[in-house]
Design a protein around this ligand. Structure first.
Ligand code: CO8
Length: 264
Protein backbone atom coordinates (compact mmCIF):
# COMPACT_ATOMS: atom_id res chain seq x y z
CA UNK A 1 0.00 0.00 0.00
CA UNK A 2 2.15 2.83 -1.30
CA UNK A 3 -0.03 5.74 -0.32
CA UNK A 4 0.56 5.26 3.42
CA UNK A 5 3.85 5.44 5.28
CA UNK A 6 2.82 4.23 8.75
CA UNK A 7 -0.03 1.81 8.10
CA UNK A 8 -1.04 -0.94 5.66
CA UNK A 9 -4.59 -1.46 4.48
CA UNK A 10 -6.19 -4.39 2.68
CA UNK A 11 -9.49 -6.13 2.15
CA UNK A 12 -8.88 -9.81 3.00
CA UNK A 13 -12.63 -10.25 2.51
CA UNK A 14 -14.81 -8.13 0.20
CA UNK A 15 -16.75 -6.92 3.25
CA UNK A 16 -13.92 -6.35 5.73
CA UNK A 17 -11.13 -3.76 5.86
CA UNK A 18 -7.92 -4.71 7.67
CA UNK A 19 -5.75 -1.85 8.91
CA UNK A 20 -2.27 -2.78 10.16
CA UNK A 21 -0.17 -0.29 12.12
CA UNK A 22 3.24 -0.44 10.49
CA UNK A 23 6.09 1.36 12.22
CA UNK A 24 8.03 -1.78 13.12
CA UNK A 25 11.23 0.02 14.18
CA UNK A 26 9.31 2.06 16.76
CA UNK A 27 7.01 -0.76 17.95
CA UNK A 28 4.15 1.10 16.25
CA UNK A 29 4.57 4.18 18.43
CA UNK A 30 1.64 6.46 17.68
CA UNK A 31 2.65 9.67 15.97
CA UNK A 32 0.74 12.55 14.49
CA UNK A 33 1.41 11.25 10.98
CA UNK A 34 0.24 7.76 11.88
CA UNK A 35 -3.06 9.09 13.20
CA UNK A 36 -3.63 11.20 10.09
CA UNK A 37 -3.23 8.06 8.00
CA UNK A 38 -5.34 5.92 10.34
CA UNK A 39 -8.15 8.50 10.27
CA UNK A 40 -7.97 8.60 6.48
CA UNK A 41 -8.17 4.81 6.18
CA UNK A 42 -11.05 4.62 8.66
CA UNK A 43 -13.00 7.32 6.81
CA UNK A 44 -12.51 5.38 3.61
CA UNK A 45 -13.80 2.15 5.22
CA UNK A 46 -16.76 4.04 6.63
CA UNK A 47 -17.67 5.30 3.13
CA UNK A 48 -17.10 1.97 1.36
CA UNK A 49 -20.53 0.44 0.85
CA UNK A 50 -19.08 -3.06 0.60
CA UNK A 51 -17.42 -2.87 4.01
CA UNK A 52 -19.37 -3.91 7.10
CA UNK A 53 -16.62 -4.11 9.73
CA UNK A 54 -12.99 -3.13 10.29
CA UNK A 55 -10.12 -4.97 11.98
CA UNK A 56 -7.27 -2.90 13.46
CA UNK A 57 -4.04 -4.68 14.30
CA UNK A 58 -0.30 -4.18 14.78
CA UNK A 59 2.57 -6.65 14.65
CA UNK A 60 3.30 -9.84 16.61
CA UNK A 61 5.58 -7.83 18.91
CA UNK A 62 3.45 -4.72 19.37
CA UNK A 63 -0.06 -3.54 18.75
CA UNK A 64 1.34 -0.15 19.72
CA UNK A 65 3.87 0.73 22.45
CA UNK A 66 2.21 4.07 23.14
CA UNK A 67 2.30 7.62 21.92
CA UNK A 68 5.56 8.47 20.20
CA UNK A 69 7.65 9.62 23.16
CA UNK A 70 10.32 11.11 20.89
CA UNK A 71 7.71 13.28 19.15
CA UNK A 72 6.14 14.27 22.46
CA UNK A 73 9.10 14.88 24.74
CA UNK A 74 10.01 18.49 23.90
CA UNK A 75 6.49 19.83 23.72
CA UNK A 76 5.50 22.67 26.05
CA UNK A 77 2.09 23.48 27.51
CA UNK A 78 1.64 26.18 24.84
CA UNK A 79 2.19 23.56 22.11
CA UNK A 80 -0.07 20.83 23.44
CA UNK A 81 -2.83 23.18 24.62
CA UNK A 82 -2.51 25.63 21.73
CA UNK A 83 -2.71 22.89 19.12
CA UNK A 84 -5.14 20.78 21.17
CA UNK A 85 -2.73 17.82 21.18
CA UNK A 86 -4.50 14.42 20.96
CA UNK A 87 -7.82 15.89 19.82
CA UNK A 88 -7.71 14.17 16.42
CA UNK A 89 -6.50 10.89 17.95
CA UNK A 90 -10.00 9.80 18.91
CA UNK A 91 -11.66 9.96 15.50
CA UNK A 92 -11.93 6.16 15.51
CA UNK A 93 -14.65 6.51 18.17
CA UNK A 94 -16.82 8.37 15.62
CA UNK A 95 -17.04 5.27 13.39
CA UNK A 96 -20.55 3.92 12.88
CA UNK A 97 -19.22 0.61 11.56
CA UNK A 98 -17.76 -1.77 14.17
CA UNK A 99 -14.00 -1.88 14.68
CA UNK A 100 -12.32 -4.95 16.20
CA UNK A 101 -8.85 -4.61 17.72
CA UNK A 102 -6.64 -7.69 17.21
CA UNK A 103 -3.89 -7.26 19.81
CA UNK A 104 -0.56 -9.11 19.92
CA UNK A 105 2.39 -8.01 22.03
CA UNK A 106 2.53 -4.58 23.65
CA UNK A 107 -0.58 -2.43 23.91
CA UNK A 108 0.80 0.26 26.19
CA UNK A 109 -0.22 3.82 26.96
CA UNK A 110 -1.86 5.26 23.88
CA UNK A 111 -1.74 1.75 22.38
CA UNK A 112 -3.95 0.39 25.15
CA UNK A 113 -6.18 3.45 24.81
CA UNK A 114 -6.45 2.97 21.05
CA UNK A 115 -7.49 -0.66 21.58
CA UNK A 116 -10.10 0.51 24.08
CA UNK A 117 -11.51 2.96 21.51
CA UNK A 118 -12.38 -0.09 19.39
CA UNK A 119 -15.64 -1.98 19.91
CA UNK A 120 -14.26 -5.45 20.63
CA UNK A 121 -10.74 -6.45 21.68
CA UNK A 122 -9.37 -9.90 20.83
CA UNK A 123 -5.99 -10.72 22.36
CA UNK A 124 -3.27 -13.17 21.50
CA UNK A 125 -1.76 -14.98 24.53
CA UNK A 126 1.32 -12.73 24.10
CA UNK A 127 -0.63 -9.50 24.53
CA UNK A 128 0.43 -7.15 27.31
CA UNK A 129 -1.78 -4.22 28.27
CA UNK A 130 -0.69 -1.32 30.42
CA UNK A 131 -0.74 2.40 31.13
CA UNK A 132 2.92 3.19 31.88
CA UNK A 133 2.47 6.97 31.66
CA UNK A 134 3.04 7.32 35.41
CA UNK A 135 6.66 6.28 34.77
CA UNK A 136 7.02 9.27 32.41
CA UNK A 137 5.67 11.87 34.82
CA UNK A 138 2.35 12.13 32.99
CA UNK A 139 -0.99 10.33 33.10
CA UNK A 140 -3.04 8.58 30.40
CA UNK A 141 -4.47 11.16 28.03
CA UNK A 142 -6.90 9.34 25.76
CA UNK A 143 -9.14 7.18 27.91
CA UNK A 144 -6.80 5.32 30.25
CA UNK A 145 -8.44 6.79 33.34
CA UNK A 146 -11.95 6.71 31.85
CA UNK A 147 -12.56 3.80 29.44
CA UNK A 148 -10.29 1.51 31.44
CA UNK A 149 -12.19 2.27 34.67
CA UNK A 150 -15.50 1.50 32.99
CA UNK A 151 -14.04 -1.75 31.61
CA UNK A 152 -12.35 -3.18 34.72
CA UNK A 153 -13.69 -1.15 37.66
CA UNK A 154 -12.03 1.31 40.02
CA UNK A 155 -9.65 -0.83 42.04
CA UNK A 156 -8.06 -2.59 39.07
CA UNK A 157 -7.92 0.62 37.00
CA UNK A 158 -6.21 2.39 39.90
CA UNK A 159 -3.67 -0.42 40.19
CA UNK A 160 -2.88 -0.32 36.47
CA UNK A 161 -2.70 3.48 36.21
CA UNK A 162 -0.86 4.13 39.51
CA UNK A 163 1.73 1.33 39.35
CA UNK A 164 2.23 1.39 35.58
CA UNK A 165 2.57 -2.41 35.54
CA UNK A 166 1.55 -4.39 32.48
CA UNK A 167 -1.23 -6.93 32.73
CA UNK A 168 -1.27 -10.20 30.82
CA UNK A 169 -3.78 -11.24 28.18
CA UNK A 170 -5.25 -13.70 30.68
CA UNK A 171 -5.73 -10.99 33.31
CA UNK A 172 -7.23 -8.69 30.69
CA UNK A 173 -9.76 -11.37 29.77
CA UNK A 174 -10.63 -12.23 33.37
CA UNK A 175 -11.10 -8.52 34.10
CA UNK A 176 -13.36 -7.94 31.11
CA UNK A 177 -11.02 -5.69 29.14
CA UNK A 178 -10.85 -8.14 26.22
CA UNK A 179 -13.59 -10.39 24.93
CA UNK A 180 -11.36 -13.39 24.26
CA UNK A 181 -7.78 -14.67 24.33
CA UNK A 182 -7.33 -16.67 21.14
CA UNK A 183 -5.15 -19.76 20.71
CA UNK A 184 -1.40 -19.58 20.22
CA UNK A 185 0.20 -19.11 16.84
CA UNK A 186 1.42 -16.29 14.67
CA UNK A 187 -1.41 -14.43 13.00
CA UNK A 188 -4.09 -16.32 14.93
CA UNK A 189 -5.57 -13.23 16.55
CA UNK A 190 -5.92 -11.47 13.19
CA UNK A 191 -7.46 -14.60 11.69
CA UNK A 192 -10.11 -14.81 14.41
CA UNK A 193 -10.77 -11.07 14.29
CA UNK A 194 -11.30 -11.27 10.52
CA UNK A 195 -13.71 -14.19 11.00
CA UNK A 196 -15.65 -12.21 13.58
CA UNK A 197 -15.66 -9.13 11.34
CA UNK A 198 -16.95 -11.25 8.45
CA UNK A 199 -19.79 -12.56 10.62
CA UNK A 200 -20.75 -9.04 11.67
CA UNK A 201 -20.51 -7.78 8.09
CA UNK A 202 -22.99 -10.47 7.00
CA UNK A 203 -25.72 -8.88 9.15
CA UNK A 204 -27.86 -5.95 8.10
CA UNK A 205 -25.70 -2.83 8.17
CA UNK A 206 -28.37 -0.61 9.71
CA UNK A 207 -29.14 -2.93 12.60
CA UNK A 208 -25.43 -3.42 13.30
CA UNK A 209 -24.93 0.35 13.49
CA UNK A 210 -28.00 0.78 15.69
CA UNK A 211 -26.81 -2.01 18.00
CA UNK A 212 -23.38 -0.39 18.33
CA UNK A 213 -25.00 2.96 19.07
CA UNK A 214 -27.18 1.34 21.71
CA UNK A 215 -24.32 -0.39 23.53
CA UNK A 216 -22.21 2.79 23.45
CA UNK A 217 -25.12 4.78 24.89
CA UNK A 218 -24.92 2.56 27.98
CA UNK A 219 -21.71 4.41 28.87
CA UNK A 220 -23.26 7.85 28.55
CA UNK A 221 -26.85 7.64 29.76
CA UNK A 222 -28.70 6.69 32.93
CA UNK A 223 -30.41 3.29 32.82
CA UNK A 224 -33.78 4.94 32.36
CA UNK A 225 -32.57 7.14 29.47
CA UNK A 226 -30.60 4.27 27.99
CA UNK A 227 -33.59 1.95 27.91
CA UNK A 228 -35.68 4.70 26.35
CA UNK A 229 -33.04 5.29 23.69
CA UNK A 230 -32.78 1.55 23.03
CA UNK A 231 -36.54 1.20 22.57
CA UNK A 232 -36.60 4.12 20.11
CA UNK A 233 -33.72 2.62 18.12
CA UNK A 234 -35.50 -0.75 18.14
CA UNK A 235 -38.75 0.79 16.94
CA UNK A 236 -36.98 2.78 14.21
CA UNK A 237 -35.65 -0.42 12.65
CA UNK A 238 -39.22 -1.35 11.75
CA UNK A 239 -38.91 1.30 9.02
CA UNK A 240 -36.17 -0.74 7.29
CA UNK A 241 -36.41 -3.28 4.49
CA UNK A 242 -34.00 -5.50 6.41
CA UNK A 243 -36.53 -5.89 9.23
CA UNK A 244 -39.15 -6.97 6.71
CA UNK A 245 -36.70 -9.37 5.09
CA UNK A 246 -35.54 -10.75 8.44
CA UNK A 247 -38.73 -11.24 10.40
CA UNK A 248 -42.06 -10.67 8.67
CA UNK A 249 -44.45 -13.16 7.07
CA UNK A 250 -42.73 -12.80 3.69
CA UNK A 251 -39.30 -12.89 5.26
CA UNK A 252 -36.48 -15.31 5.87
CA UNK A 253 -37.48 -16.44 9.38
CA UNK A 254 -40.99 -17.44 8.26
CA UNK A 255 -39.64 -19.14 5.12
CA UNK A 256 -36.83 -20.88 7.03
CA UNK A 257 -34.12 -19.52 4.74
CA UNK A 258 -31.08 -17.29 5.21
CA UNK A 259 -31.92 -13.57 5.18
CA UNK A 260 -30.69 -11.52 2.22
CA UNK A 261 -30.08 -8.12 3.77
CA UNK A 262 -29.84 -5.12 1.46
CA UNK A 263 -28.82 -2.57 4.09
CA UNK A 264 -31.97 -0.57 3.48
N1 CO8 B 1 7.64 6.09 21.49
C1 CO8 B 1 8.70 6.19 20.68
N2 CO8 B 1 9.52 5.17 20.41
C2 CO8 B 1 9.27 3.98 21.02
C3 CO8 B 1 8.20 3.80 21.89
C4 CO8 B 1 7.34 4.92 22.12
N3 CO8 B 1 6.26 4.84 22.91
N4 CO8 B 1 8.20 2.52 22.34
C5 CO8 B 1 9.26 1.93 21.76
N5 CO8 B 1 9.91 2.80 20.96
C6 CO8 B 1 11.11 2.55 20.17
C7 CO8 B 1 12.34 2.49 21.03
O1 CO8 B 1 12.81 3.77 21.33
C8 CO8 B 1 13.29 1.70 20.15
O2 CO8 B 1 13.79 2.58 19.16
P1 CO8 B 1 15.39 2.61 18.87
O3 CO8 B 1 15.70 1.25 18.31
O4 CO8 B 1 15.53 3.72 17.89
O5 CO8 B 1 16.04 2.86 20.18
C9 CO8 B 1 12.35 0.72 19.43
O6 CO8 B 1 11.04 1.29 19.55
C10 CO8 B 1 12.33 -0.64 20.07
O7 CO8 B 1 12.03 -0.48 21.46
P2 CO8 B 1 12.92 -1.15 22.63
O8 CO8 B 1 14.32 -1.31 22.20
O9 CO8 B 1 12.66 -0.38 23.89
O10 CO8 B 1 12.21 -2.61 22.71
P3 CO8 B 1 12.14 -3.57 23.95
O11 CO8 B 1 11.61 -4.86 23.43
O12 CO8 B 1 13.43 -3.58 24.70
O13 CO8 B 1 11.06 -2.90 24.95
C11 CO8 B 1 8.96 -1.82 25.51
C12 CO8 B 1 9.70 -2.79 24.58
C13 CO8 B 1 8.92 -2.37 26.93
C14 CO8 B 1 7.56 -1.66 24.98
C15 CO8 B 1 9.70 -0.46 25.54
O14 CO8 B 1 9.95 -0.06 24.19
C16 CO8 B 1 8.95 0.64 26.21
O15 CO8 B 1 8.88 0.72 27.43
N6 CO8 B 1 8.35 1.57 25.42
C17 CO8 B 1 7.63 2.74 25.95
C18 CO8 B 1 6.28 2.35 26.48
C19 CO8 B 1 5.58 3.56 27.06
O16 CO8 B 1 6.01 4.20 27.99
N7 CO8 B 1 4.42 3.90 26.46
C20 CO8 B 1 3.60 5.01 26.89
C21 CO8 B 1 3.92 6.23 26.12
S1 CO8 B 1 3.07 7.68 26.74
C22 CO8 B 1 1.54 7.58 25.99
O17 CO8 B 1 1.21 6.68 25.30
C23 CO8 B 1 0.62 8.74 26.24
C24 CO8 B 1 -0.76 8.46 25.69
C25 CO8 B 1 -1.28 9.62 24.91
C26 CO8 B 1 -2.63 9.34 24.28
C27 CO8 B 1 -2.59 8.51 23.01
C28 CO8 B 1 -3.93 8.48 22.33
C29 CO8 B 1 -4.23 7.26 21.49
Amino acid sequence: DKEYEYILTSKPDPNVTLITLNRPKALNALSNGLFHELNHALARAELDNDVGAVVLTGSEKAFAAGADIKEMKDKEFADVYGQNFLSHWTQITEMKKPVIAAVSGYALGGGCELAMMCDIILASPTAKFGQPEINLGIIPGAGGTQRLTRAVGKSKAMEIVLTGRNITAQEAEAWGLVSKVVGEGEGQVVKEALEMAKTIASKGRLSVMAAKEGVNAAYELSLHEGLHFERRLFQSLFATKDQKEGTTGMGAFAEKRKAQFTNQ
